[in-house]
Unconditional design. Structure first.
Length: 363
């Protein structure tokens, strides 16, 4: 998996067989990007870029070209939202594309060093090196245990294998009100390489936990995610969806107090259209704009969620999801001080968001 928001280098050997070892005088790197089947690189919808390197110094080792600035623009990230009234289900991601590269040396026509992988709008941290692609069990989540609202939902993103099938079971306890099994077919279609299990917690009125077990049908390897269902009596929890480090949608719930504040800006100009006694404005207001901020409290959480909040702070796309409506947000805070049990004993955070639109529609 290519994380296209971080540098991705294609390394090319400058010596090739023709039939003996020959140092090339030039090579052309071809980059192909498309949506759909992994075998669709000869289709009409494939975008192709050619970059030629002139080996004027006759280097015999390797040369690198970073392609992430080219490929990342092919995805406009969108979170998967179900239709209102839908219950627990699996949704396609659509935030992936195939990337194929190859080189041709000098005047040769043979494609060499062919690579093929799918990309997401993920990224690596600064200390993780180039071409970082590691995921844990192909589950695109940060932690394995989450607190969820009784009246909310949970998003479980995962990578569908190209050759092997998966079985995902969802079981709530102790009443087993939610008991579903999903057979995930192997796929080579970019649109469903990343899929989302959308878990509706409204189906678990008598349960306390939900277990999501992902099993590789070939290797029998399993991964388990546990949801701790919380009954919040005083506040209405706020579900926030964000683009995480893997380039997938992830959810985090703020359980406690929320405050909204609107900040207004405007322009004033003076007119002489008439007297104030006749109802005319001498000072006329125009270009009125308003931005709304939402300050939300997490409640007490495990310090493992520090990584979740870190990725939320770094996210380029954030939404709240209220009554089936997605509201685009941006992070208003520019810093976060991480808390631990050792230092604070009880870990909680207050995060400020800003609605990502003007309250007066002007577009």
């Amino acid at each position: 998996m290519i994380r296209a928001l971080s540098p991705y280098y294609v390394t090319t050997n400058l010596t090739y067989a023709n039939p003996g070892a020959v140092v090339c005088s030039k090579y052309t790197l071809t980059i192909q990007v498309w949506e759909g089947s992994d075998q669709g690189y000869y289709g009409s919808d494939v975008d192709t870029y050619n970059i030629t390197f002139l080996n004027t110094q006759e280097i015999s080792t390797t040369h690198e070209i970073n392609i992430n600035a080219i490929i990342q623009d092919y995805i406009e990230f969108q979170a998967p939202f179900p239709n209102p009234g839908d219950t627990t289900q699996v949704l396609d991601g659509y935030n992936q594309r195939w990337v194929r590269t190859f080189v041709k040396y000098d005047s040769e026509t043979t494609e060499e060093d062919v690579t093929l992988d799918f990309m997401t709008l993920g990224y690596a941290y600064g200390d993780q090196g180039k071409n970082y692609s590691t995921t844990t069990d192909d589950i695109l989540l940060i932690a394995q245990d989450y607190k969820v609202s009784r009246n909310g939902f949970f998003i479980y993103p995962f990578v569908a294998d190209s050759a092997q099938t998966l079985t995902i079971t969802v079981l709530s306890s102790p009443a087993s009100q939610l008991n579903e099994t999903y057979n995930i077919a192997a796929t080579t279609d970019s649109d469903n390489k990343v899929q989302y299990l959308w878990v509706d917690l409204n189906d678990t009125s008598d349960d306390e936990f939900v277990s999501i077990v992902n099993t590789n049908d070939s290797t029998s390897a399993t991964s388990t995610t546990v949801l701790d269902i919380v009954n919040e009596c005083k506040y209405t929890p706020l579900d926030v969806i964000f683009q995480n480090k893997d380039g997938a949608s992830q959810i985090f719930t703020f359980f406690k107090r929320q405050d909204e504040e609107m900040k207004v800006t405007d322009k004033i100009f003076e007119t002489n259209r008439g007297q104030a006694s006749a109802g005319y404005h001498q000072f006329v207001r125009h270009n009125v704009k308003a931005e709304t901020t939402i300050t939300a409290e997490t409640g007490f959480i495990d310090e493992d969620n520090n990584e979740v909040l870190k990725q939320m702070m770094l996210s380029e796309r954030i939404w709240s999801y209220i009554d089936g409506v997605a509201i685009p947000l941006n992070i208003a805070d520019k810093s976060i001080k991480y808390k631990t049990r050792q230092n604070e004993r009880l870990v909680s955070y207050t995060i400020k968001f800003k609605k990502s639109y003007n309250e007066i529609n002007n577009i």
